[in-house]
Design a protein around this ligand. Structure first.
Ligand SMILES: Cc1ncc(COP(=O)(O)O)c(C=O)c1O
Length: 364
């Protein structure tokens, strides 16, 4: 694709992933001389007035666009979603208590294992491992005595997504939303805690967004490291130490872009259209085969197979020549995977489908 800023490829990377072009253009404009201040956001103090206004407006925009109620705290941390695998149980599982986990893929299993690694008692109450994580479990029994239920909203590697979230009554639902946050509007009130590495749908890598029901902040024990404590970081409004300033500023621009499109309902509609184009291509072909059960399909990550590994290799080689990148399946599962996050334009999905059809004609 040619743009006025130069060539842009069809970017299906799983994360870090495509950012909206208007955001990149704004970053470029602001880079050297932010709003006439004569310096870049990267170069300014995190305690100065300008950054204070950036972080505050990022939060306000998130509240507005993501419909985050006032009794939820928004926190920015570092260490990626993987640090949250440890931070969540460290903060929320009290002495002698336990939590429930549903493992629907590699990341969910890592979250579960990490909790055990730090010595917390956790139960795997359901798993999709029996069918290589090609579905979201429907039958499970939540322990009403658990501190929380942990789920992974969208399974980036396997391409499954919770279509509706489980009812947990009084139990806080804790959700890793790294790969589908902001892909649709969700009722934040259903959750005790949401966390997401920003590098798929919200911004660049280096910042993790945490949305935490405020009463749960009090649960952080005093004897955990300050940088792991929701209570400490939350009380300091994410400025306990130097936050990832530039990454936060980009989140602000991404949320502004979402707002300019009309918000999350519009974005969901766009995502359904984009995913629909690709799923339709898979369903109408006997050459390509989607790997996931239909009622668990993700709007964000779409894995599929070709008739042989040789053809998959050829497919990947030839796709690059069409400026299509990032579609190699994760090394743990193989095959092809297209990640079509919010910022991936519909034209890119159409270009992929066109290439798929040409390839099928030549090779079937
Ligand atoms: C659902 C999910 N959770 C967690 C992670 C790990 O994120 P990070 O690399 O930010 O630790 C990923 C990364 O792709 C992911 O997709």
């Amino acid at each position: 694709m040619e743009t006025k800023m130069g060539r842009r490829i069809h970017n299906f990377n799983a994360g870090p992933a495509a950012l909206p072009l208007p955001v990149l253009e704004q970053v470029q404009k602001d880079l050297i001389n932010y709003k006439g201040e004569g310096l870049s956001v990267m170069e300014m103090s995190h305690r100065g007035k300008t950054f204070d206004s950036i972080i505050k407006s990022t939060e306000l925009l998130m509240r507005e666009v993501m419909h985050i109620p006032d009794n939820y705290k928004i926190i920015f941390m570092q260490g990626g979603a993987s640090l949250q695998f440890a931070a969540v149980p460290m903060n929320l599982i009290g002495e002698g208590r336990f939590a429930d986990y549903i493992t629907t893929g590699s990341w969910a299993s890592k979250a579960f294992k990490e909790a055990k690694l730090i010595g917390k008692k956790v139960n795997e109450i359901a798993s999709s491992a029996d069918k290589n994580h090609t579905y979201i479990p429907k039958e499970f029994k939540i322990n009403s005595e658990a501190e929380y239920l942990h789920i992974t909203s969208n399974n980036t590697i396997f391409g499954t997504q919770w279509q509706t979230y489980p009812e947990t009554l009084n139990l806080p639902l804790v959700c890793d939303m790294s790969s589908d946050i902001t892909c649709r509007r969700v009722d934040i009130n259903k959750f005790g805690l949401i966390y997401a590495g920003a590098q798929k749908n919200m911004g660049p890598s280096g910042v993790t967004v945490i949305i935490l029901r405020e009463d749960l902040m009090q649960k952080s024990p005093a004897n955990i490291p300050n940088l792991m404590s929701y209570n400490v970081i939350g009380a300091a409004d994410s400025l306990y130490n130097t936050p990832p300033t530039f990454a936060i500023y980009i989140i602000k621009l991404v949320i502004e872009w979402m707002k300019s499109l009309g918000g999350l309902d519009v974005i969901e509609k766009m995502n359904r259209e984009k995913a629909g184009v690709l799923y339709k291509a898979l369903d109408s072909s006997s050459f390509y085969k989607g790997t996931v059960e239909k009622d668990s399909r993700s709007l964000m990550n779409i894995p599929f197979r070709l008739p042989s590994e040789e053809l998959e290799k050829l497919f990947l080689e030839q796709s690059v020549k069409k400026d299509i990148i990032g579609i190699k399946g994760h090394r743990s599962v193989g095959g092809i995977r297209a990640s079509i996050y919010n910022a991936v334009p519909k034209e890119s999905v159409e270009a992929l489908v066109e290439f798929m059809q040409e390839f099928e004609q030549k090779n079937s």
